[in-house]
Design a protein around this ligand. Structure first.
Ligand SMILES: Cc1ncc(COP(=O)(O)O)c(C=O)c1O
Length: 404
């Protein structure tokens, strides 16, 4: 046997040796052990619409989807996804050749990167990044090239409202080399809550066209945009044929456990991604696919209420964090708030998060785990606000102890 690559994971291959237990597992265990309010992991603490849950239960009981559904997803769901892209964005996709249902966005990300990358290809990703990106790029044997979103900070004043995180377009351009194959974009962006501006999106699209790059864009928070509307990258000039758009029912309908995700892309790109997907899960979530087909057709009022409800929750938590002394980057989208802990006299987000349950009974996650450049995210901490109002109010009350 060859030498182990990691002392605590002796059988894990070298490509993945750097990927230990996720921070969410550590922090959720900490929340359980200390009875803390868990604002670490991003899942809603109330389920989505009852009528959609009933549709799933009806599907199980009437034998819809209990056996392997079709590989690309059931026709009803593919048609509903295509109709959704048309209804919200005026984008037209053929449900038979340009839509693929996946086991959540997570599988869509993995299948897309495994399908489209050769070993050694470079992938430009916006840092801080969602944790599966780095792992999937590594699985593909490709090389990640981070471009860091920079906070526009007012200078770490206690309770100050930070500006948005911005994409440095010169840095983005400079990151492209002859080995760059793909841009991996995420907007609205987890963990910063940033929504890329029209100028940033246009620059990404121009660069992709100019350098003939593929684009994989993770838009799972497409319906959680609090000011203005979501703009899909695929709708920009020159992008339709080079873009794989990923979304998921988890965030939009508050059923994260159902793991129904999808991609929309050109027939050639869908065929490539499907070639990998068939050997990852083949199919998944049979009965839930029927329910999500119904969810996608919910009236506008559903989406408006979801957004308004989350915007109110954002304000409760953002105001509470500011009052407790954090610098708060008020998010334009997603259900996460990033804060800077510097005004509290703290420097290390990981140490801060590990101590927080004992100090005040709340759990958050340190953003540094989402960075290659650990120093850039060292003092940032992320909080999820997709929780009941009473839970957020209690969390805010507890966080007040930091200021007292
Ligand atoms: C940016 C981003 N992409 C993908 C996912 C995973 O989505 P799913 O649960 O549909 O696999 C998440 C979940 O937190 C996310 O934040």
């Amino acid at each position: 046997m060859s030498a182990p690559v990691s002392s605590d994971r002796p059988f894990l291959n070298r490509r993945l040796a750097a990927f230990g237990t996720t921070i969410f597992a550590e922090m959720s265990a900490l929340a359980d052990r200390t009875g803390s309010i868990n604002l670490g992991q991003g899942f809603p603490d109330t389920d989505g619409p009852a009528e959609i849950a009933e549709a799933a239960s009806r599907a199980v009981l009437t034998g819809l989807g209990n056996q392997y559904p079709p590989g690309p997803g059931i026709p009803e769901l593919r048609a509903a996804i295509a109709a959704h892209q048309q209804r919200f964005y005026g984008l037209s996709y053929d449900p038979d050749t340009e839509v693929l249902v996946t086991a959540g966005a997570t599988e869509a990300i993995a299948a897309a990167l495994l399908a489209l990358l050769e070993p050694g290809d470079e992938v430009i990703a916006l840092e801080p990044f969602y944790d599966s990106y780095a792992a999937c790029i590594a699985m593909a044997g490709a090389v990640r090239v981070p471009v860091t979103l920079r906070p526009q900070t007012p200078g770490h004043l206690p309770g100050a409202a930070g500006g948005a995180f911005v994409l440095d377009l010169d840095e983005l351009r400079a990151a492209v080399t002859p080995r760059t194959r793909l841009l991996l974009i995420n907007t609205p962006h987890n963990p910063t809550g940033t929504v890329l501006t029209p100028a940033e999106l246009a620059a990404v699209a121009e660069l992709a066209v100019e350098r003939d790059l593929l684009v994989v864009t993770d838009e799972v928070y497409e319906h959680l945009v609090f000011e203005g509307a979501h703009t899909p990258l695929a709708g920009l000039p020159g992008m339709r044929e080079r873009t794989v758009t990923i979304s998921s029912a988890g965030k939009t309908y508050s059923f994260t456990g159902w793991k129904v995700g999808w991609i929309t892309a050109s027939p050639e790109l869908v065929t490539a991604v499907r070639s990998v997907k068939q050997f990852l899960t083949y199919v998944s979530s049979g009965p839930f696919q029927y329910a999500i087909a119904q969810a996608l057709a919910l009236p506008d009022a559903y989406y408006d209420t979801l957004r308004a409800d989350l915007a109110a929750k954002r304000d409760i938590l953002a105001d509470g964090l500011a009052a407790a002394g954090f610098e708060v980057f008020r998010p334009q989208g997603t259900y996460f708030i990033t804060t800077d802990i510097t005004p509290l006299g703290e420097k290390d987000g990981l140490a801060f998060c590990r101590a927080l349950p004992e100090r005040c009974g709340v759990v958050a996650v340190p953003n540094q785990v989402f960075y290659d450049d650990k120093a850039a995210g060292a003092a940032q901490v992320r909080w999820a606000f997709c929780k009941r109002t009473a839970v957020l109010e209690e969390a805010v009350d507890r966080l007040g102890r930091l200021a007292r």
